[in-house]
Design a protein around this ligand. Structure first.
Ligand SMILES: O=C(O)c1ccccc1NCC(=O)[C@H](O)[C@H](O)COP(=O)(O)O
Length: 206
């Protein structure tokens, strides 16, 4: 048995060598966090990472309740392909932004019920505290058919992503904390994560 290849996004990258390592390992997309926090990058760092990456790796900027014009300017300056919105951005905000959007929502019933309103390229279903390395109950996604492609996030790591993919069958998975060691992205963990996703898709092991 096999099922379509699940895309992989490695989020919270902060330097060129690690971003290149993620691309070499087979990441389809990388995330650059503009929201305040320990993974925040400056516009200059983000632009340098975007310019260094090879083609066909999507550059995603992560924002929380940022004014539209600021998001547009940063997307243009850095060369972002998509923006990922983790705040209370409305469906109208996503529509008016004029950029390809991923809307992040918490993995709970009421958020999933409102998801259809969002005119976005994909929905990222995450733990209520993004970037915290915590999972939500994936069972909530069983029997839910979303209009938009589903990106599964929240507490994924090489040890649980196989089970998550087999159970949820998402369009893509997103990881940050689960490929870090002592708070820094770790190339070995990134490779292990990507390999595990590939294995489960082709049922080499599981
Ligand atoms: O990572 C952050 O610091 C962050 C801050 C504010 C909003 C979003 C943030 N990260 C979002 C991500 O894309 C994470 O990859 C996603 O929430 C999964 O994180 P994790 O549970 O650590 O794998």
């Amino acid at each position: 048995m096999s099922f379509p290849a699940v895309r992989i996004k490695i989020c919270g990258l902060q330097d060129i060598p690690t971003a290149l390592a993620a691309a070499r390992a087979g990441a389809d997309a990388i995330g650059l966090v503009f929201a305040p926090g320990r993974r925040q990058v400056t516009p200059q760092q983000a632009r340098a990472i975007c310019q260094a990456l090879p083609p066909l790796v999507s550059r995603v900027g992560v924002f929380v309740n940022t004014p539209m014009e600021e998001v547009r300017q940063l997307a243009h300056y850095c060369g972002l392909d998509l923006v990922q919105l983790h705040g209370q951005e409305s469906p109208e905000y996503c529509q008016q932004l004029g950029l390809r959007c991923i809307k992040a929502i918490p993995g709970d019933r009421s958020s999933l019920e409102r998801a259809a309103d969002y005119p976005v390229s994909a929905l990222l279903v995450d733990h209520v505290q993004p970037g915290s390395g915590q999972t939500f109950d994936w069972q909530i996604l069983m029997g839910v058919s979303l209009k938009q492609p589903l990106i599964l996030a929240g507490g994924l790591h090489p040890g649980n992503v196989g089970r998550a993919v087999a159970m949820v069958r998402p369009y893509a998975v997103d990881v940050s904390s689960g490929v870090e060691f002592r708070g820094k992205k770790d190339e070995t963990l990134i490779k292990a994560f990507i390999q595990r996703v590939r294995e489960v898709c082709y049922c080499v092991a599981g």
